[in-house]
Design a protein around this ligand. Sequence first.
Ligand SMILES: Nc1nc2c(ncn2[C@@H]2O[C@H](COP(=O)(O)OP(=O)(O)OP(=O)(O)O)[C@@H](O)[C@H]2O)c(=O)[nH]1
Ligand SMILES: [Mg+2]
Length: 330
Amino acid sequence: MFGSANRASKTDLTESVDRKRKTLGSKTLGRLRRGLSKSRERFVGGLERIFSRKEAGRDIWEELEELLISADLGAKITERLLEKLRRQLSSRELQSPDRVMSALREELLDVLGPSSKGLCVDGSPAVFLMLGVNGTGKTTTIGKLAWKFRQEGRRVLLAAADTFRAAASEQLEVWGRRVGADIIKHQPGADPSAVVYDAVSAAVARGADILLVDTAGRLHTKSNLIEELKKIKRVLGKVKPGLPQETLLVLDAYTGQNAIYQAREFHQQLELSGLVITKLDATAKAGALIGIVEEMGLPIKLIGVGEGIEDLQEFNPSAFVKALLEKENG
Ligand SMILES: Nc1nc2c(ncn2[C@@H]2O[C@H](COP(=O)(O)OP(=O)(O)OP(=O)(O)O)[C@@H](O)[C@H]2O)c(=O)[nH]1
Ligand SMILES: [Mg+2]
């Protein structure tokens, strides 16, 4: 369930709601497992390969270190993890992939656990500002998110504040038609803050529950992108104190550890409320997300696990770790 309000009819039988929840739960987990298959293969396949070889004189610690680094966990977490495993595991236990896996699982949950925090949908409207460098998946995430909210019966408005390319607002319009959400747009080249101003006014006037603001990812004039985004944020705050409820940085998981540089810069300048990690299905380096959470201390609010309309999930640390480390029959 996205957000806190529950709009299900009171006449629903508890039993049927439970049944629905169960099917949804397993569908969601299946999609997550599918999405993370490349990264899971790196972890699980890698561990199996390490433990299936029997020749003497190998340094298992070194091989484990290589595996974790290749999954893009980052040097700091890898080091801490190996230290913990060294303390916890006897040399006999070190022969057991299960024991190593469960120690790994515990450590990842320790880092990711505090990162689960739902989206703030309080306010009328609740405004989400989506930021990120070019091509990370901002517009697609907005489309998927709008779909989720529409499924919950919320009224959703989209703001086309990426005004440089005509194609940007067209892409958003296609999503709007697909999910049943109106869009507020100006001519190409217009001031993005003006679009946002109009969009909030329209959202208030039309009684929209959620306003999703799409922004540009690249520099398109001589002006600085970060300055443009700051201005959008200032305008929102002026229209109504407390807006936006969410300032979300969209990061492409494929970027691996380098995403941390984007996260630092945007957080410093724009005070993020959380992260969205997309394309987890396209990378074998989903481990990078763990290093980013540890360094930034920001919650991951959403993850993208494919290009389809349903391929967006609220981040659930234990489901994520399970899907990353456990094989189908696990
Ligand atoms: N595999 C995969 N592809 C994704 C995901 N999210 C987005 N994409 C794809 O990434 C590409 C870029 O997505 P956009 O939504 O246009 O990215 P953007 O951040 O809006 O890009 P700009 O507007 O150019 O800054 C598209 O081809 C999307 O289909 C995901 O979770 N998984
Ligand atoms: Mg876009």
